[in-house]
Design a protein around this ligand. Structure first.
Ligand code: ZN
Length: 309
């Protein structure tokens, strides 16, 4: 939407009605009927627009078209982001889906990732049992490197689409922490710490750091996206950091690019995108591309929902 939009008038109506919570979902019918209807989807979940935009792949009671939205949207999101990154003079691709000719000068980074995999040090602590390690997390959606005078900075990127209102709560929590940083805390905001479990769920300790009203909202989050990826790729970031074949200018950083399924972009995603796209024009282009991915899949989901009733 906005100038140069390629959406048709009908599609813009679908997107506007999504924004105004006017999709004819069971939940809306329940509200309209003052509770005499159940509000439930045929799969048993409360049927909001967000539910329809995030139907799990394995929820086979729904049509394949609706179940395929999440995967197609993620793949398109990573591809659009990669197209924007490939235009940059600053950050170069070490590895990224859809990129077939990554930067030759970052071969050392790819080798370091292979060595870390070989040493089997890329599992999270909760995945290691009785001395044996679990799955290894060596493949974020993108690994970007920047070379300055032979020294390397690295960003480990993950792209995710999630409920817009949940991302707004994540922003609120991050802002609270930013404004209330305890003295002498080396790692802040505390994403890859015991404020979260390895799945990215906020722990009792994390909860205790928040005021009561914010705790109530934070309890609605089944996962805190930037923490999930910070945790998942912390072993990779540490292994790379300690690889002596690379001269580092900064520690490798994990950057979560989370986008609302209705197209809302939280502050922390803007900040992450700003790390990659320094120039305001490039930043604007990347943000727009990601929002269009969310919106075009929302239109697809609406069609699939209409056909799936
Ligand atoms: Zn359902």
């Amino acid at each position: 939407m906005g100038p140069g939009s390629t959406f048709s008038d009908m599609e813009i109506r679908v997107l506007e009605s999504l924004r105004l919570l006017l999709w004819p979902t069971a939940f809306r019918n329940q509200v309209r009927s003052e509770g005499s209807e159940s509000g439930l989807c045929k799969c048993g979940s409360t049927q909001t627009a967000t539910h329809l935009l995030l139907v799990p792949q394995d929820c086979t009671i729904h049509s394949l078209a609706l179940r395929s939205i999440s995967k197609g949207r993620h793949s398109d999101g990573v591809r659009e982001l990669s197209i924007c990154i490939l235009k940059l003079d600053t950050w170069k691709v070490a590895t990224m889906e859809h990129v077939e000719d990554p930067e030759a000068r970052l071969e050392g980074v790819r080798s370091a990732i292979s060595r870390a995999r070989g040493r089997r040090v890329l599992s999270m602590q909760s995945e290691c049992h009785n001395g044996s390690n679990g799955p290894q997390h060596w493949k974020p959606d993108g690994v970007l490197g920047r070379l300055v005078n032979g020294k390397i900075s690295l960003l480990l990127i993950d792209v995710t689409f999630a409920a817009d209102d949940k991302l707004a709560i994540e922003d609120e929590v991050l802002k609270y922490w930013k404004d209330n940083r305890p003295p002498e805390t080396p790692v802040w905001p505390p994403l890859a710490t015991d404020f979260f479990d390895d799945g990215g769920r906020i722990t009792n300790k994390g909860m205790a750091s928040l005021p009561a009203d914010l705790q109530d909202r934070a309890r609605r989050l089944s996962v805190f996206h930037p923490a999930r990826y910070a945790k998942r790729y912390d072993p990779l970031a540490k292994a790379l950091r300690s690889d002596t074949s690379i001269k580092w200018s900064h520690k490798p950083e994990v950057v979560t690019i989370a986008i609302g399924v209705a197209g809302w972009i939280p502050d922390y995603t803007y900040k992450g995108l700003k790390r990659i796209f320094n120039d305001p024009k490039e930043l604007c282009e990347a943000t727009r591309a990601l929002r269009i991915v969310a919106q075009s899949h929302a239109v697809k989901a609406w069609r699939a929902f209409r056909d799936d009733k």
